[in-house]
Design a protein around this ligand. Sequence first.
Ligand code: ATP
Ligand code: ZN
Ligand code: MG
Length: 305
Amino acid sequence: MSALDAARSDLRGRLLADGVLIDLGSPGLYGRTGVFERVYAAVDAAAVRSQADLDAEVLRFPPVEPLAAFERTDYIASFPDLAASISGFTGDDRTHRALLAARERGERWETFLEPADLMLTPAVCHPVYGLIGDTVPEGGRAFDIVGDSFRREPSLDPMRLQAFHMHEFVHVGTPESAKAHRDGRIPGMRALLESFGLAIDVVPANDPFFGRVGQMLARNQVEQSLKYEFVTPVHGPDHDATAIASANLHEDHFGTAFGLRTTDGEVAHSACLAFGLERITIALFAAHGTDPDRWTSDVRAALAL
Ligand code: ATP
Ligand code: ZN
Ligand code: MG
């Protein structure tokens, strides 16, 4: 086992042993206990307070999205390895008997299910772009969206979950207003995370876009500085720090895909700030221990705990 894997497994072991998380028997899937929920709720509330001046429209969505909406985001082109779909049983009695026989033999029976036209949502802002209509009003629109994200990336690192939540603050407007949303809010996000007693660096992100075309997209992301991550060294100073939040400029990606225009007829641009709620919560447990009552008064005050 590498030193990094040992550090990950050590943190995971501590969170399980101290009753913060409950192992559900599949990597990256956990139940949460009261102490986790207490800190998680405080993190989310602090994130919301920090963006209150945005006066964002609150929207909430289910954990699945229609295939047609998923299609338009082009996610399957960039991250097919992370995508996951819902399947259902559509067979007749005979197929059901075959399913049960396979199950009886100890075989995988889910192969008898058919893909439904539903995808698990990988990023919570996805459903919003289809709801905006053709034209974004003067000044743009801001949205407050929190919800479930699913990414098929099983891992024993407790910072890398398959099912998690992000709280996003999205802006759709002109190229200038989208960039201002992304850049103008980075210092405040950093200050918020630092007020939690976390060591934060803001670094350009390099997402693992899939395949050969993906290498080009990844290069473009770095060269154009499209995305910044707020990283903290949760596995110790010897290992790469982990992203607990991000600030992402999509440029015209969603504007083009969803046919969004500004009042002057240009393609709308968008940007989003994402707080990774489980990652921030776990980073707090890693930095300060698993008993929030023993955290310093500064940290508890910042979290209103
Ligand atoms: P990473 O580079 O670590 O895979 P990401 O770049 O894929 O993260 P984003 O797509 O920017 O992450 O998602 C926004 C935020 O959601 C991240 O900053 C992180 O805090 C959180 N997040 C992303 N993937 C996971 C995951 N698998 N488990 C828990 N939180 C996650
Ligand atoms: Zn987003
Ligand atoms: Mg990722």
